[in-house]
Design a protein around this ligand. Structure first.
Ligand SMILES: Nc1ncnc2c1ncn2[C@@H]1O[C@H](COP(=O)(O)OP(=O)(O)OP(=O)(O)O)[C@@H](O)[C@H]1O
Length: 578
C-alpha cells in the first residue's frame, strides 16, 4: 500500500475532495426521508398545500445539490484514478524497458503484458471506486442509523439487528467468493496467454492443420474458467435475495412496530415512512460496500503484481572497474567462459576459450541448441558469465557501460524485430549521430538496395505492424542494415542471413569484408558456406567448442565439422564437380 500511496501523494487534493464531496452528497440523501416525513405528517396531514410545495422545492434543491456534489466527486475520483494509472503504466513501461534479460526471461512477455494492461485497469477502477465509496457507504449506513435514532429510539434495535445480519451475510459471501475471484483472475491470464499465442501463431497453426487441437485446448481452458465463474456467480447470486429478505423482514418489523407506535400516538405516519426509507438506504449501501470490497481485493492483488515488477533489481549484472588500455589487446577474447541461464540447472556453454584479433572474422557453427547464440549473449553483456571472463579490446565486458557496449557491438539477433514506422527510422533507430550517408552505406552492404527500391516511398516507406509488408529475407536485410548503420567495431550476425538465398548471403559476406571500417565479425550459421571463409571457425557441440581453426584444417581433422559440411555438400557431388 506504501507503493500506491507514493502515487496518490501527487493527487492529494483529488484524494481528499472526492470522498469529501461524496459525503456532502450523502448528507442530502440522509435528509430526504426526514423531509418526506414532514410532507406527510405536516403538509398532507394539515392539507397545507403551500407547505407541501415548499418542501417539494426543498427536495428538488437537495437533488440538484446532491447531483452537483456527486459529479464533482466523480470528477476528482476519476482524475486521481486516471492520472495515477497513467503514471504507473508509464513507470512500469520504463521499468520493463530497463529490465535485464534475466529478469525479462524470468517474468515472461505475456505476464508483463497482463500487468501493464489489465492489472493497471483494475488498479484504476479500484482507486476510483475507493475514493467515492470508502467514506460515503459507511457514513450512510451509520448516518441512516443515527437518523433513525433521531426519529425513534425504540426502532433502532430493529436497525441494529438488520445491520448486523446484513453485515454477516455480506462478509460470508465476500469471504467465500474472494478466493474464487483470485482463481478466476489467474485462469483469465492463462486464457489471455492462449489467445495471444494463437493469434500470433495463427499462420503456423493453419499450416500444420492444428486448428482442432488448439480449439479443443482453448475449450478446456475456457470451460475451466466458466466453471469457476459459475461457482462465483452462484454464491454472489445469493447476496441480493438474502439481503432483500432480511431488509424486507426489517421493513415489516419497522412497519409493525411503527404502527403500534402510531396507534399509541408516539410516532406519526410520516416518521414510519422515514424509518422504512432509512432501512432501504442501508441495504443499498451495504451492497455497494460488498462490491467495493471485491473490487479493492482485486485491485490490491494487481498492485502487488505491479509492485513485484517495479521492485525487481534494476540490473542483476555485475560491473567491475578496469583501466587496461583498450587498443593493446585482441578485439574479443573469451577466457574459460561457462554460463547457465538463470533458473536453468545446467550450463548452456562450458569452458569457452578463444581470441579474435581486431578486424578478424569468426564463424560459429554447430547443431541446434549447441550454444552458439548463448556464446554471443555474453559478448554484449546481456548476461553475466557464470565462470571465466569475456574481454573486448582487453577489457572485461563488465567494465563497459551499457551504452558504450551497444555502440561497439552491432547485433543482428536471431529473432529480431522491426518496429512500426518508416524504414529510415528503423535503421537509424533513434541514434541521431547516424547520417543519411551512413544509412546508405549500411543499406548497400546489407544487400538491401533493392528492398528500398521496390518500395514506392523508398526509405520513407512505412513498415506495418509485425513488418507484414516485408518478406522474411527483406526483414533480415533491413535488420542487418540497422546493425551496420552505427558502424560498430564488432558486428554479430546471429543466424541472421538464414532467409537469404545463397547468392545474396555470399554477396553480403563480401560486402561486409569490404566495409571501410573493417569490423571484427562474428557469423553464426548452420550453413557451412556462410562460415567457411572466416579466419577462424568455432565448431560447437553440447555447449562446448569441439573444433577451432580454418575451414581446410577442420575439414581434414574435425569429425563434427566434416559431418556438417558433407551433409550440405555431399562428397559425390563435389567429386562430380571436380
Ligand atoms: N533464455 C534461455 N533460458 C534458458 N535456457 C536457454 C535460453 N536460451 C537458450 N537456452 C538453452 O541453452 C542451450 C543453448 O541454446 P542456444 O540458443 O545458445 O543454441 P544455438 O546453438 O544458438 O541453437 P540454434 O542454432 O537452434 O539457435 C539450449 O539448451 C537452450 O535450450
Amino acid at each position: 500500500m506504501k507503493f500506491l500511496g507514493k502515487y496518490l501523494k501527487d493527487y492529494k487534493k483529488e484524494s481528499i475532495f472526492a470522498p469529501l464531496f461524496k459525503m456532502l452528497e450523502a448528507i442530502f440523501e440522509l435528509l430526504v426521508p426526514l423531509v418526506m416525513a414532514s410532507i406527510i405528517d405536516v403538509g398532507i396531514a394539515n392539507r397545507d398545500r403551500d407547505y407541501v410545495i415548499h418542501m417539494c422545492l426543498l427536495l428538488t434543491l437537495f437533488a440538484i445539490l446532491g447531483l452537483a456534489f456527486a459529479i464533482t466527486a466523480q470528477y476528482f475520483a476519476a482524475k486521481a484514478a486516471i492520472y495515477t494509472a497513467s503514471k504507473m503504466r508509464a513507470d512500469l513501461f520504463h521499468r520493463i524497458m530497463d529490465m535485464s534479460a534475466a529478469s525479462h526471461g524470468s517474468v515472461g512477455t505475456s505476464a508483463l503484458t497482463t500487468r501493464i494492461t489489465s492489472d493497471i485497469n483494475q488498479i484504476q477502477s479500484g482507486i476510483n471506486m475507493f475514493l467515492r465509496l470508502f467514506l460515503r457507504s459507511p457514513f450512510i449506513v451509520f448516518g441512516a442509523m443515527i437518523m433513525a435514532l433521531i426519529v425513534d429510539v425504540k426502532s433502532t434495535l430493529i436497525f441494529v439487528i438488520v445491520i448486523a445480519l446484513l453485515g454477516l451475510v455480506v462478509y460470508g459471501i465476500t469471504k467465500s467468493t474472494l478466493p474464487i475471484f483470485s482463481r478466476i483472475q489467474k485462469k483469465m491470464e492463462r486464457v489471455f496467454l492462449a489467445v495471444g499465442e494463437n493469434l500470433e501463431g495463427a499462420r503456423v497453426i493453419r499450416a500444420f492443420g492444428n486448428q482442432d487441437q488448439q480449439k479443443q485446448a482453448f475449450g478446456t481452458q475456457t470451460e475451466d474458467l466458466y466453471a469457476d465463474q459459475m461457482r462465483a456467480g452462484k454464491v454472489s447470486a445469493l447476496l441480493n435475495p438474502i439481503t432483500y429478505v432480511i431488509v424486507n423482514l426489517g421493513v415489516v418489523a419497522v412497519i409493525w412496530f411503527g404502527s403500534t407506535q402510531v396507534d399509541m400516538g408516539i410516532l406519526a405516519k410520516g416518521q414510519v415512512v422515514a424509518l422504512v426509507n432509512y432501512m432501504s438506504q442501508i441495504l443499498v449501501e451495504l451492497i455497494k460496500l460488498a462490491n467495493l470490497i471485491v473490487v479493492l481485493m482485486r485491485a490490491y492483488a494487481s498492485v502487488t503484481r505491479v509492485e513485484q515488477i517495479m521492485e525487481m533489481p534494476y540490473d542483476e549484472r555485475t560491473y567491475v572497474t578496469e583501466t587496461q588500455k583498450a587498443s593493446e589487446a585482441d578485439a574479443v577474447s573469451y577466457e574459460q567462459v561457462s554460463f547457465a541461464y538463470p533458473q536453468a540447472g545446467e550450463m548452456a556453454i562450458r569452458d569457452i576459450d578463444f581470441k579474435v584479433p581486431d578486424h578478424g572474422t569468426v564463424g560459429i557453427i554447430g547443431g541446434t541448441g549447441s550454444g552458439k547464440s548463448t556464446v554471443l549473449h555474453l559478448l554484449n553483456h546481456m548476461y553475466d558469465a557464470s565462470k571465466g571472463k569475456v574481454l573486448i579490446y582487453g577489457k572485461d565486458v563488465r567494465s563497459y557501460k551499457e551504452n558504450e557496449l551497444t555502440k561497439i557491438v552491432g547485433l543482428v539477433p536471431q529473432r529480431g524485430v522491426l518496429f512500426h514506422g518508416s524504414i529510415r527510422d528503423n535503421i537509424r533507430f533513434g541514434r541521431e549521430d547516424i547520417t543519411d550517408d551512413m544509412i546508405a552505406t549500411a543499406v548497400h552492404a546489407a544487400q538491401a538496395d533493392n528492398v528500398i527500391e521496390s518500395k514506392e516511398h523508398g526509405l520513407d516507406e512505412e513498415i506495418l505492424q509485425d513488418a507484414r509488408n516485408l518478406s522474411g529475407g527483406q526483414r533480415q536485410r533491413l535488420m542487418i542494415a540497422r546493425a551496420l548503420a552505427g558502424q560498430p567495431k564488432i558486428l554479430v550476425l546471429d543466424d541472421s542471413a538464414s532467409a537469404l538465398d545463397v547468392a545474396t548471403d555470399a554477396a553480403l559476406r563480401k560486402a561486409i569484408r569490404g566495409l571501410p571500417w573493417h569490423p571484427t565479425t562474428f557469423i553464426v550459421s548452420q550453413r557451412a558456406s556462410s562460415v567457411m571463409e572466416a579466419d577462424q571457425i568455432l565448431v560447437m557441440e553440447d555447449g562446448c567448442i569441439v573444433g577451432k581453426g580454418k575451414h581446410e584444417d577442420l575439414l581434414r581433422d574435425n569429425a563434427i565439422y566434416q559431418e556438417i559440411y558433407y551433409s550440405q555438400f555431399p562428397k559425390d557431388e563435389k567429386e562430380q564437380n571436380s
